[in-house]
Design a protein. Sequence first.
Length: 379
Amino acid sequence: MFDRLGIGHLTELTAGEALLGFLTPLFVMAALFVLHMVLPGRRVPGYVVNAATGQPRSYRLNGLLVFAVAQVLWWFELTGMPRDWFYRSSLYASAGGTVLAVILTLIAVFSQPPGEVKNPFLAWWFGRTQELQFFNSRFDLKMFSYVVGGTMLSLNALSGAVWHYENVADLNPGVFTFAAFVSTFYVLNYFVVERSQLYTYDVIHERMGFKIIWGGFIVFGWGFIIPMWGLAAHSDPGFSGGWRVLWLIGAPALYFAGWCFHFGANMQKYTFKRWPDRKFLGLIEPKFIEAGDRKILHSGFWGAARHCNYMGELCFGLAIALMWGYFDNLWAWMYLVHVIVLFPLRQRQDDRHCADKYGPDKWAEYRQRVPYRIVPGIY
């Protein structure tokens, strides 16, 4: 079956290797936990208010340093693992990580008092508490899940590029482009502006259930490389002449455009929440609707569409699909399908949150000013 799916090379492990692959997420989380706790970090206030104190929650951030140390450990094989191990074991690691996420969720949810959601399954899926912090707020489970997820997304992609280099004779530049772009524009950029993540939808609204725990630790870390499962074994697609130039330049350019939309929109919102009167990039005047003591931004990216950052994800998905050069291979389109299914649902969910947060009249005014949901002029 796996051979028919084009991922048979990911099952070529001995029984002992398969078990080690299954346990790899556990070992990774333990190692990154140690790094996170012993490496220096900075304390910053977030956007979410601690109901017990009435003050913004405190977070200790050192994701960039953890990411950098993990890269060095992986590259020089200081843990004893070969550089292609994460990719070769990714099928088993995804299964083991999912089981681990189930266990972590059971502990995280049912160690908390019952909340609004009485159905046990829905409580397990969505969670009961917004934050789980330990060791005098030195460790935050939600932010740590993104440290693990982001670090492993990069290492899994780079590991796949190493496997491709060592096992495929006619190298496909798309494999290396994917690994490079994911590790820099997507992951490295995330850690460089890690504090801005404290102002995002996930941190502000999501609770600690299976949805966020599995999504942060496993889907982010291992799931986002799924297109590579079916395409790292493929050689150069063989384009020539102008088509090759268009392919080699067009797909990365589209990815970069997606990064501009995604990063630009998120950073504009972050800038506005911290410094409401500051022009974004020194150019874009903050225009907003007054909603009591709150403000709804409607200029720049947020005047073009209510979730212009999600359009960046659409560009990412399409660029990734094109990057491999195998347009008829379903694996290439997996991330784009994920985006098309997930983000319109999240957009609608966020609309409901915002209507409650700002008031239905003010949110209706914003929707009238900014009629497009994700793609300006289209949707």
